[in-house]
Write a protein that binds this ligand. Structure first.
Ligand code: N01
Length: 868
């Protein structure tokens, strides 16, 4: 029998079947699939307990790679049961003739990397040894059942014990039996009502109650089936852009911004829709804000109390120790009603801990309860269990168990440093946990297949995650996770369900669309973060370096499916930019806004003056020029940031409007903003400002306008400025910088979009030669006001601002350049969701202090630094 393969695929579930199909049929490789089970199906082969059913709607919980398959296969129910999902996977295996590539009933017992020939050697429990260049592990995330050894004395129990995760194929007849069920997670919640219909007595041992939502399952009509088949691709495309990978409607921003009545009506409507609709389509802050989460948690508890007749039983079933959905929220059919039956009783293990398992049953509270059978729905050694069980030994004898002793370390969840040519499909820290499995699997398999093709095309031998990339990935994933409520629960998501297992980071809590963008970015940067044949890897790409808060905002933006800026009309671009209002903290009540006008060269223009109500003046003054690419943005759009700056810095912030292109092209914006600066200098004393402590500031395109205004103040007779603050400014239409290339695709601003806006502003690109458009081209930069340049690392404009700062320094201007590591364009406007946006105000506070123009600043600012 041939024992040399290009690729060994482990597992014959969704992942293994698709990987085998792609590697064998698309790449033409010699592939062997191995599975310990007697057939295909993966988790659906083993989990045959009564009631086993998927919690994602069937039409979404299926492959998307084949149109033909999507047309041919019809699901009979909204949520398919285990037998039907297994039939589906068998159908797929037959349709694509996959069984011939598999050996069933063979469990991989070890995998050892040989450096000399760059091959993996796999051993199986049937004594076989197989050699392969690549291994694709599709061993699953909830595969290895938890050990029963957690229960003292279990080995003494004489009756039958059934694990939900390896249920007897022939089924179990519980008629007339007294049955104990331990565990009330997804499996237990499905199993209990089914057994209750048959058994004489069911005793449920509950340690932690769960939030179970009505499934609202039903048979699909022929019309629905036909519609699903006809619209399959559209449904799948939409799914890929949504939280959890289901094409449900996007949520409203916040549960806290609506009245209790509105909220309740929304929850009611989504409850009726069933399943994950409640989580996906209600409010965007349920998983990040405890108070928002409390509203839905109380709603679900209310439903439990409605369903369970006995109020004290209902209270035991009501979860209170973790926020809603921080453990996988379960879906139920008749679970709560089961507790209204005479033959079902509930034991609260928190109140009465399980003492031991005896020969005949279970002892709690000093009393032995006898059972004819015990069903364990106690869950799995999830995410890492199946991979560690493979006993993988990588480069230089490194054992995966040792490498992951304190928690998994991976890059993108698909590879781990020291283990070349091993792809872990939907591995730890990938997006799978909060995503629809088949789609997550397809994405990951496609990544692995493309990487293998890349290696083979290059004639290379090895593909391996770089340790530095892993570290960057780990930081971003753990920071993101820590911005959510997930760490508040002791769940398998956190590795907290197994005694002794390190509590760590197992899940990517951004969103699947963001994760996909990150993977795409890695590929677009030539597999940055991976080393091929040991060549040093390029540093990790932009999306992986992104700050966690910014990552969550970018993920939410991707799910909004907004039209890319570069494809927008002027009006569309304006409404995209205005939408940033929602991302800012609001103007604090401690700040008043005066709305007035200033005389611009063409017309009288609105200007807002923000003044801290109780500050003792005269106060320093900041003239703030908003961004928006010269074609968009407004003084209303920047209200939150201006109001907060006034409060944080105890300064007066003046936000003038200026004319926008293309209606009023260059130099209208610079003429207006310079006029506003002069008007402020002449008039601000009336409002409590100190014109001798005047700073001009601008964000993005406003940064360019601020730099030009500072030059005109020097050249055109004042006013005298104390300083200039340029926040990730776009400085020159023709700048040819590294960051414009490296960050060409965003994350927030794309180079092509910035260029489009420059074009609209300048009208004629030849205008770029004017220093009024490109301040870096001024004859001299000497004698300008001291400058603070704040650049964002993950931003095409990063370098042009810094380059201008260095040119100012060379001309003898005191300058501080501060790079906002991991932050993105427009982050100042994301202050509500990106805590690190506060770094901008802190830097400005330190800058003002260095200029000695500072008031009593609220909060802690970095020490004032001497400017270079
Ligand atoms: O496992 P779980 P599961 N003493 O870990 C309890 C997928 N799935 O098999 O919470 C007493 O969720 C434990 O209590 P606690 C899905 O992703 C999907 O149900 O640790 N009790 C908990 O109540 C799911 O999340 C579907 O305090 C003990 C239960 O056992 C994942 O698989 C269906 C205990 C385990 O819950 C796992 O679900 C089934 C102990 N020593 C599974 N140890 C659908 O698609 C554990 N427990 C619908």
């Amino acid at each position: 029998m041939n024992q040399q393969f290009d690729v060994v695929v482990i597992g014959a579930g969704f992942a293994g079947l698709y990987a085998t199909h792609r590697l064998r049929d698309d790449l033409g490789l010699n592939v062997l699939g191995l599975d310990a089970a007697g057939g295909v199906g993966g988790t659906w082969y083993w989990n045959r307990y009564p009631g086993a059913r998927c919690d994602i709607e069937s039409v979404h919980y299926s492959y998307s790679f084949s149109d033909e398959l999507q047309r041919e296969w019809q699901w009979s129910e909204r949520y398919a049961g285990q037998p039907e999902i297994l039939r589906y996977l068998e159908f797929v295996a037959d349709k694509f003739d996959l069984r011939r590539s598999f050996r069933f009933g063979q469990r991989v017992t070890s995998m050892v990397w040989s450096e000399a020939d760059a091959r993996w050697t796999l051993s199986t429990d049937t004594g076989e040894t197989i050699v392969a260049r690549f291994v694709v592990a599709g061993s699953g995330n909830v595969t290895v059942p938890k050990s029963q050894a957690e229960f003292p004395g279990f080995e003494r129990y004489k009756g039958p014990v059934y694990f939900t995760g390896s249920w007897p194929h022939e089924g179990v007849d519980f008629t007339g039996k007294r049955v104990a069920v331990i565990g009330t997670g997804s499996s237990g919640i499905q199993l209990i009502p089914q057994i209750a219909k048959q058994a004489a007595q069911v005793t449920v041992f509950q340690r932690t109650p769960n939030y179970a939502v009505a499934m609202q399952n039903k048979k699909l009509t022929p019309e629905q089936q036909q519609w699903n088949a006809q619209n399959a691709q559209q449904l799948r495309d939409k799914s890929r852009l949504r939280f959890l990978g289901v094409p449900y409607q996007n949520p409203e921003p916040s549960a806290l911004e609506v009245s209790p009545e509105t909220r309740r009506a929304r929850y009611d409507e989504l409850w009726e829709r069933g399943g994950f609709n409640l989580l996906v389509s209600s409010y965007g802050d349920l998983l990040t804000d405890e108070r928002a989460n409390a509203t839905v948690a109380e709603y679900v508890r209310g439903k439990i109390r409605e369903k369970v007749n006995n109020p004290s039983v209902a209270e035991i079933l009501c979860p209170t120790d973790h926020p809603y959905a921080t453990k996988r929220p379960t879906v139920e059919e008749g679970y709560y009603e089961a507790f209204n039956r005479e033959n079902v009783s509930l034991i609260d293990l928190r109140a009465t801990p399980l003492e031991e398992v005896t020969e005949k049953g279970i002892r709690i509270g000093g009393k032995e309860h006898e059972f004819d059978a015990i069903a364990l729905a106690t869950g799995f050694d999830a995410v890492t269990g199946a991979l560690l069980a493979l006993n993988i030994v990588g480069r230089d004898g490194l054992r995966l168990q040792d490498r992951w002793a304190h928690g998994p370390r991976t890059y993108l969840g698909i590879a781990s440093a020291g283990f070349p040519n091993l792809f872990t499909i939907t591995g730890p820290t990938s997006a799978v946990i909060l995503y629809n499995n088949p789609l997550a699997i397809e994405d990951h398999v496609n990544f692995a297949v493309d990487a293998i093709r890349h290696v083979l095309d290059k004639g290379a031998k090895t593909f391996e995650a770089d340790e530095a990339a892993e570290l960057a990935w780990f930081k971003m994933v753990s920071d993101t996770l820590n911005m959510t409520l997930f760490p508040r629960a002791n769940s398998w998501y956190m590795g907290a369900n197994i005694p002794g297992k390190p509590r760590s980071v197992f899940m990517f809590a951004g969103s699947a669309p963001l994760y996909r963008e990150m993977c795409r970015d890695v590929v677009d940067h030539g597999y940055a973060g991976f080393s091929i044949d040991g060549a040093p890897a390029d540093r990790v790409p932009p999306m992986v370096r992104i700050d966690a808060g910014a990552a969550l905002v970018v993920g939410a933006m991707l799910m909004e499916e907004a039209k890319p800026l570069e494809e927008c009309s002027v009006d569309e671009a304006r409404s995209v930019v205005e939408s940033f209002i929602a991302l800012q903290k609001p103007v604090p009540a401690s700040v008043e806004r005066i709305e007035t006008t200033y005389p611009g060269p063409a017309d009288s223009r609105p200007v807002y003056i923000y003044r801290p109500r109780n500050a003792k003046g005269p106060l320093p003054v900041i003239v703030y020029l908003h961004g928006g690419g010269f074609i968009a943005g407004s003084i209303d759009m920047c209200a939150g940031v201006c109001g907060c700056m006034a409060d944080d810095l105890q300064a007066i912030v003046v936000a003038p409007s200026y004319r926008l292109a293309p209606e009023a092209p260059f130099p209208a914006a610079t003429d207006d903003s310079f006029a506003a600066l002069k008007w402020t200098a002449a008039n601000i004393a009336r409002h409590g400002g100190d014109p001798k402590r005047l700073v001009v500031m601008g964000e993005s395109a406003g940064g360019s306008l601020a730099a030009v205004a500072a030059q005109r103040a020097r050249d055109e007779g004042g006013p005298v400025l104390s300083g200039q603050v340029l926040l990730y400014p776009t400085m020159d239409a023709e700048a040819n910088t590294r960051s414009r290339v490296e960050y060409a695709n965003g994350p927030v601003l794309k180079t092509i979009a910035a260029l489009g806006m420059w074009g609209a502003y300048l009208g004629d690109m030849a205008m770029a030669a004017s220093p009024l458009a490109s301040p870096g081209r001024a004859k001299s930069l000497a004698g300008l006001a001291p400058a603070l340049i704040l650049s964002a690392e993950c931003d095409p404009t990063c370098d042009e601002g810094e380059d201008y700062g260095r040119a100012l320094q060379a001309a003898g201007v005191p300058v501080r350049i501060h790079r906002l590591e991991g932050l993105v364009h427009a982050v100042f406007y994301m202050s509500r969701y990106v805590p690190r946006a506060a770094e901008i105000t802190q830097q400005i506070a330190a800058f003002l202090a260095s200029l000695q123009v500072k008031s009593e600043v609220k909060g802690k600012a970095p020490e004032a630094e001497t400017l270079v």
